[in-house]
Design a protein around this ligand. Structure first.
Ligand SMILES: [Zn+2]
Length: 191
C-alpha cells in the first residue's frame, strides 16, 4: 500500500473516504498513483463541478467531468460539500465501464486536495491563535520573571515606609512649623 494522502480538513477527509468506499479498491489505488504522478492536467472547478484532462498510458488524455450541480451542498466545518456522495455524477472518455474509473478518482482527489490547500490558506486561524497564545504566554512569563527579580532584591529603606506615613510626613512638617510660629508669636508678645 502506498503512503496515505494528507488531507488536513476532517470534513474533506471524511468526504473523500466516503467516496473511496463507493469506488473499486484497485481503481482507488490507481487513481491515487495517477494523482501522485501529476497526471491531472487542465483542471477547472465551478459551482457545478470540475473538469480535467488525465494523462493515461501512451500519452493518451482522457477528459473527466465530475458534476455535483444537482446535489445539495452541506456545510461541514466551514466547507460546502455535495451530498449524498453516491449521487455524485462523473464521466470519463476512457472505455472503463465502472461508475468511477481511475481517471475520475484522480480528479476527485485533485479537487479535494486543492480545496484542502485553499482552506488552509484561507483559515490559518489555528496557527494565529497558537502564535497569539505563545506571544501572550511569553509576555506573561517576562512579567513574572521581572517581578521575581524585583521582589528578590533588598528594597532600599525609603521604599519600605508605609504608604500612609509618606503622605502624613508633610502635614507633620507643616504643623511643626505652625506650632513654632505660634510659640514665637506668644514669646514675642510676652516680651
Ligand atoms: Zn477513465
Amino acid at each position: 500500500m502506498a503512503r496515505p494522502l494528507i488531507v488536513h480538513s476532517r470534513a474533506l477527509k471524511e468526504w473523500l473516504e466516503g467516496f473511496f468506499d463507493l469506488a473499486n479498491e484497485k481503481r482507488v489505488e490507481r487513481g491515487m498513483a495517477l494523482y501522485r504522478r501529476g497526471s491531472v492536467w487542465d483542471y477547472h472547478v465551478s459551482k457545478d463541478g470540475c473538469r480535467a484532462l488525465v494523462e493515461g498510458h501512451n500519452e493518451h488524455y482522457y477528459q473527466v467531468d465530475v458534476l455535483w450541480g444537482s446535489l445539495p451542498k452541506l456545510k461541514k466545518e466551514g466547507v460546502y460539500l455535495p451530498y449524498p456522495i453516491h449521487d455524485l455524477r462523473a464521466d470519463c472518455t476512457c472505455p472503463d465501464s465502472e461508475a468511477f474509473c481511475k481517471h475520475i478518482i484522480a480528479v476527485v482527489i485533485y479537487w479535494i486536495i486543492d480545496k484542502d490547500k485553499r482552506l488552509l490558506e484561507k483559515t490559518p486561524a489555528a496557527n494565529i491563535i497558537d502564535k497569539k497564545t505563545q506571544f501572550a504566554m511569553h509576555a506573561y512569563q517576562e512579567k513574572i520573571n521581572a517581578f521575581r527579580r524585583l521582589s528578590g532584591q533588598k528594597l532600599p529603606s525609603f521604599t519600605r515606609f508605609h504608604h500612609k506615613s509618606l503622605i502624613t510626613a508633610p502635614d507633620i512638617h507643616n504643623s511643626i512649623q505652625k506650632m513654632s510660629h505660634e510659640v514665637m508669636r506668644w514669646a514675642k508678645n510676652k516680651t
